[in-house]
Ligand binder design. Structure first.
Ligand SMILES: *Cc1c(COP(=O)(O)O)cnc(C)c1O
Length: 355
């Protein structure tokens, strides 16, 4: 720490991203929930030399045609959509703008919520998941701060049904509920259809998981005209050109290619179901996943760290979260079927080794 850093950031604990090895000699990377499939061919087609040469110009601060495509896909107006440099940027604006009475989120959820709360000096009310890692929405009834719900939740993979989300919205119409749907395309139901009925609902999504564009850094929010106008106020006070020219084109093309999107997510769900069934056969505890990752452990036999280390030594990268309640588990991104077969065979070997 230099002597120039503002004292208020001296104890800031930044987010720790999963490892991103830049050259991967035969590593199987199942640690940051990226898609194993490349972006749509339509994406590759729009990133032309001509478009690249236009990088000399600033990008469109309104991010058209991307916002228009998102609006069309979700059957809302473009004024109900804002795009960001990853959904992390949108979430950051939400913490900064919408939490005058604090923020409320689960003890086990997306790790960035805690970081943003600390970054902006926001009081965080932490509501523990139940013992089976589920969220009980009634536990939020008395909470007055802005609620952040990852649905499905990470790293557990468990989804809430829409009537549970609706119940959360009804608890207090004066309290904003932000639903982070980073993984919703892998088997959960989006709350977008509730928007006409609840003005205290904001939905955040990303192109990083189901649309194979993690490296393009693209996220978006959908909400009332007023909420989106507020978020635009934040954006235009921070970085009006927050999404670069090529990502705007890439995102619009990915949104338009519904067929490819559907085939990728269906295949990932099928590979997930196959992998979960195999893990359960081996004796693992696996909560029901509605995401592109699997949260798995075998608390009676080994620690998450030992399993992580063994997989790592065999060139398979997964994620281990060492918090007390998650330490017995690892989070495994669903990769190609061949990746998962390799993962399962190394897992069997690990189990044999400890017998
Ligand atoms: C991956 C993820 C994000 C962030 O996605 P980016 O768009 O890549 O910034 C947000 N929320 C959750 C729950 C995630 O898992």
């Amino acid at each position: 720490m230099s002597r120039f850093l503002n004292e208020k950031y001296s104890s800031l604990k930044p987010y720790v991203p999963g490892e991103q090895p830049q050259d991967m000699p035969r590593l199987i990377k199942l640690n940051t929930n990226e898609s194993p499939f490349p972006p749509s061919k339509k994406v590759l087609e729009v990133i032309t030399p001509e478009q690249s040469s236009r990088l000399r110009l600033y990008s469109d601060p309104e991010c058209r045609p991307l916002t228009d495509m998102i609006a069309k896909f979700y059957k809302v107006m473009p004024s109900n959509v804002i795009t960001g440099n990853g959904s992390d940027e949108i979430l950051s604006f939400c913490f900064q703008a919408f939490c005058p009475n604090g923020a409320v989120f689960a003890d086990i959820t997306y790790g960035f919520y805690k970081v943003f709360a600390q970054f902006y000096g926001i009081d965080a009310q932490i509501i523990p998941l139940r013992d089976d890692f589920t969220i009980e929405v009634d536990d939020y009834a008395q909470a007055t701060g802005t609620v952040f719900i990852a649905n499905p939740n990470a790293p557990t993979g468990i989804a809430l049904t829409l009537d549970k989300i609706e119940r959360l919205l009804k608890q207090n119409p004066e309290r904003l509920v932000i639903v982070d749907e980073a993984y919703v395309d892998f088997g959960a139901q989006s709350a977008v259809e509730l928007l006409p009925y609840y003005s205290n609902l904001l939905i955040v999504q990303t192109f990083s998981k189901s649309r194979s564009l993690a490296g393009a850094r693209l996220g978006f929010a959908i909400g009332s005209d007023e909420l989106i106008a507020d978020l635009n106020k934040m954006k235009f006070s921070f970085n009006p050109y927050n999404v670069n020219r090529l990502s705007i084109l890439a995102g619009a093309a990915a949104m338009a290619d519904v067929k490819y999107f559907d085939s990728c997510r269906k295949e990932i769900m099928a590979i997930r179901e196959y992998t979960v069934a195999q893990l359960k056969c081996l004796g693992f505890t696996v909560p029901n996943s509605s995401t592109n990752f699997i949260f798995a452990g075998y608390p009676e036999r080994f620690s998450g760290q030992a399993y992580y280390d063994f997989l790592r030594s065999r060139g398979i990268l997964v994620r281990h979260f060492g918090e007390p309640r998650t330490t017995d588990f690892v989070r495994i991104t669903v990769g190609l079927r061949s990746d998962m077969d390799e993962f399962l065979s190394v897992t069997s070997e690990f189990l044999e080794g400890i017998e």
